[in-house]
Design a protein around this ligand. Sequence first.
Ligand code: CTP
Length: 486
Amino acid sequence: MASITIRQLDDDLKRRLRLRAARNGRSMEDEARTILRNAAGIEGGGADAGGQRPRPTGRSDSAADAPVNDRNVGTVPGARRVLLIIGGGIAAYKSLDLIRRLKERGLAVRCILTKAAQEFITPLSAGALAGEPAFTDLFDATTELDVGHIRLAREADLVVAAPATADLLAKMAGGHADDLATAVLLAADCAVLVAPAMNPQMWQHSATQRNLARLIEDGVDLVGPNAGEMAEAGEAGVGRMAEPLEIVAVALALLANAAGDGPLAGRRVIVTSGPTHEPIDPVRYIANRSSGKQGHAIAAAAAAAGADVTLVSGPVNVPDPPGVKTIKVQTAQDMLAAVTKALPADVAVFAAAVADWRVDKPNANKIKKQAGGLPKLGLIENPDILATVAHKSRGRPHLVIGFAAETDHIIAHAKEKLARKGCDWILANDVSAATGIMGGDRNTVHLVTARGVESWPPQSKDEVARALVSRIAETLVRIPTSEPGH
Ligand code: CTP
């Protein structure tokens, strides 16, 4: 069977595909798949070339969907500037692609290469892609007089260190400034995003984790690292640098937050996500299969749209979304307390799969089998967090949104929940095992409001999140922002 690869396409087609993929936040392969799905009339294909995507769009007005600059290296006048610090790791080659992805979104990119980075890529290639020479030396008489490390730091709207090696993280955590990269990082007064990349042992080392904790405490944002194969033969684990498009999405969210210009700028959003764990004894608990992917994607999309987001999450294996304040809880009672503390908010989205019941008297010690017979577990109902917030007479968010995870009579159950819980919208989805939605990456939702039901096409959970955020932004346009104590 004949096969087509993107490499075989002609240059113009490749360029168009790359720009289109960038505009839609997808990889080129995913974009090609989407085009083919649309051409074949398969649901869930996403936007077509003419923008004739079925409503809702799955795209938001957020900075993540900002118009793509049609010239690869052209930069929009007055564009926001990303200062990209490239550290010395094999992942440096991905940073060249990162430069292109950032530029495609109309951002100006300036590069600094550490000495070690120059063992992997050249300042010439980084500079050629960025459209201006890359910087390398702290004590370079020409550049220090002409630009200077302080000016490099001041002129950046966002500093991105990618790849951030273990050594670079250690220097940042310790406040070192013995080369251009570290001096600029110390002088920067804008947001700083690091994309670590290193061997899994180095990543797990307590020294690296200590440095990372310090950096997070200092307000540095983190993307990745991801799990996977390492460049060294036979090595695998957590340590691969995040993919360029992942870094771009986070960078855009941070820029939107900093500029306060996203469609949700100035808005406070609370999102719950993941399951809750209700203890039976110190080692056992009641839980469910929720992965937290949808809730976390909503928090990330709201942050990308400029909102001030608090995510209250049960135990999950997905990373904390950058640019979001994440509060980790175990039980439904903890979740309610954290949500109540995070109020007031303009919007609250309850995507968590809260355990309906908890054990009334969890055992202080592990229940032993030999104790005779089956343990008797008394269950009591957990507080309904969504209903509690939706029924508040004072301090109720303008928009309270719930999910309805159903396995049958989806719309009927969702309508009933909308009324019973007193929320404004319900996103209903079919979570029967056959759909693969619980734990999977795609979702098919129905938006149920007092005005009716809207069935959205099957989409990735990220697309559902962006479509929801877009709809929230449209709805909030005429509502003043909430003030503490409103
Ligand atoms: N929810 C909540 N607190 C609970 C239970 C549910 O905040 N104790 C929220 C969920 O986050 C979701 C919505 O209520 O937004 C509906 O959750 P779901 O599990 O579908 O409904 P239940 O209330 O548990 O009802 P049922 O078990 O009858 O389906």
